[in-house]
Design a protein around this ligand. Sequence first.
Ligand code: TEU
Length: 559
Amino acid sequence: MTDEARILPAGSADSTADWRDGVVYQIYPRSFADSDGDGTGDLTGILEHMDLFAADSLPIDAIWLSPIYPSPGRDLGYDVTDHTAVDPLLGTEEDFDRLVAACHGRGIKVILDLVMNHTSDEHAWFLASKASREGPYADFYLWRDPRGFDADGNPIPPNNWVSFFGGPGWEWIPERGQFYYHTFLVGQPEMNWRNPAVEAAQWDMVRGWLARGVDGFRLDVFNAFLKDPDLRDNPVIEGDSPWNRQEHRNDLDHADFSDLIERFRAILDEQPGRMSVGELFSGGTPAAARYTRGRHIVFDWSLMEAPWTAPAFAAGIDMRESAYGPDLWPTIALSNHDRERQATRLAASVGRDRDPDHDAIAKAAAVLILAMRGAAFLYYGEEIGMVGVDIPRDEIVDPPALRAGPDFPWYDRSRCRTPMQWAPGSGAGFTTGKPWLRLAPDADQRNVAVQSADPDSVLNAYRRLLTFRRASPALQSGAMERLDSGTADVLAWTRTGGGESLLVVVSFVDEPRRVDLRALGGGRWVARIGTHRERTDVGRDGFLDLRPDEAVILEAAPG
Ligand code: TEU
C-alpha cells in the first residue's frame, strides 16, 4: 500500500480528518420536504428544513443527496439524462447553488450521488450511440454483436450475463444490429469505461460539480464500472435467483479497477479536502477494505445484513476490524434507500416487531452507528425511528418489485422511501398536496414535532448522542477494540484516542442483563450517555445493570 493510500492521522491539517470523523446524513430528495405543494420533495424544501441540523439539534457534518439530475424517473433518479444539471422536478440550478451556500454557511458539506455506471436510455449520448455505429458516441456503451442466430433467426446474446433487476442483461437494438448490456433496467444502459472518451467525459462532469462547491461524492455501484474486456461468461453456481446463480467474476470487480479509483481520486485531489465514498455492489467486507484509500471510503454490507443479536454484530465487527486493520477507515450504515428501515428490519430479524421494542432497538442502533469505528451514515427518518411501510401493489414505485416472484426475491424499496414525517396533520408537514408515495400510518404520532417535545424520544436520543460524539475525539477517530463482555447478548468494546478512553456496552435482548465491568479490566468506569435519558450507572460493586436493549457509553474514571 502506498503512503497516499493510508488514512491520514486524526487531527491532521488536511480536512480529510473532518470527513473521516464525521457523520453524513442521507437525504432522498423526493421524500424529504416539499416546498411547492406538488407532492414531491425538492431542494428548496431541504433548504427550508436546515434547522433540523442546528448545532443544538442534530449536529451532522454533511448531507448526501440521492440523485438530483434530470431523469425520466424509471429508477427514481438513478437513470440520468444529464449529469451536469438539476432535475426541474426538484428545483432550479439557482436552488441548488442556494442550498450549497446555505449548507456551507452552517458548516455542513454537500455530497452528490454520482451515477456513472450507466445513464438513462434517454440520455443524448445513448440516443446518438443507438442511432449509429459511427460518430463520437458510438462506443460510449457496451455494444456487442450477437453470438449467432437461433433456428428462428433471433439474435443470441453475446454472453450469459443477466440483469440484477430481473430478466436478461442484453437488449437487442435492430437499428445497430447489436445488443447493449444493462446491469439494472433496460432503461439504464451500461457505459463503456474502457473507452477513454467516456472517462474524460465523466471527469469533466465531476470537475463541474467541484467548481460549484460540491464537497464530495457517493459513487453508485462503483465496482461495476469495468468489465472483463472479452466479456466472458460468468461461472454458473447454485442460487435463489438468476443473478445469484452466477459468480460475478467477469461483470464486476475487474482487476484494473483499482487504477481507476486512483485516477478518480486525482481529480478530487485537485482541490483540498474532497471526499468520496464508493457503493460496493455485491461484494464483501474484504473487497470494501481493498478499495478503501486515504480520502476514499467504501460501504460494506456486513453490519447492514446482521440480525439483532450480539453474536451477529460481534462477527460483523470482527470481520471489519480484521479486513480494514488500524490504518483504513470503515463506514457504518444500517440502512439506506435500498434497504428496509433499520429498526423495522432489526426488530423483525428476531421476531420482536412490536411497538415498544421498535423504538428501543432504534435507539440502541443509534449507539452502534455513532460509537463504532468509522464514518457514520444516517438515512433520513431513522432519527425518528421511521418504519418500513406496506405499500399496496398498485402504488409500488420500485420497478424490480413489480417483477418479484418465487425465482426473483426482491425487497420493495418503496417501503423505505416514504415521505419524512415532520408534524401531525394530513401531509405530515412534508407537503400541502398529495404525497408522491403514501405516508407511514404512524405519521401523526411519529414525527419531528412530537418527538422534539418528548425527552425520551428516538429523536432526542440521537440529539444527545450526536452532540456527545461531536465533542469526543475517541468516538470520532479513536481506535476500537472489542472485548468479551462475559454476559450473553451483550457486546462491549473500547474506543481510545485523543486522551479519552471510552467503553461501549450494548444489550441486544428484551430482558435485563448484568455485566461485570471489573472483569473487563481498565479500572473504574463512569456512565456518560446512552439510549436512556436516565442513565444506568455502575454499582459500587463494579456491576452494570442494563435495561432491555440498553446501550451505555462509559468513560474511564480518573485515578
Ligand atoms: O444500488 C445498487 C444495488 O442494487 C445494491 O446496493 C443492492 O442493494 C445490494 O447490492 C443488494 O445486495 C444502486 C442504488 O443505490 C440503487 O438505488 C439503484 O437502483 C441502483 O444502484 C442502480 O443505479
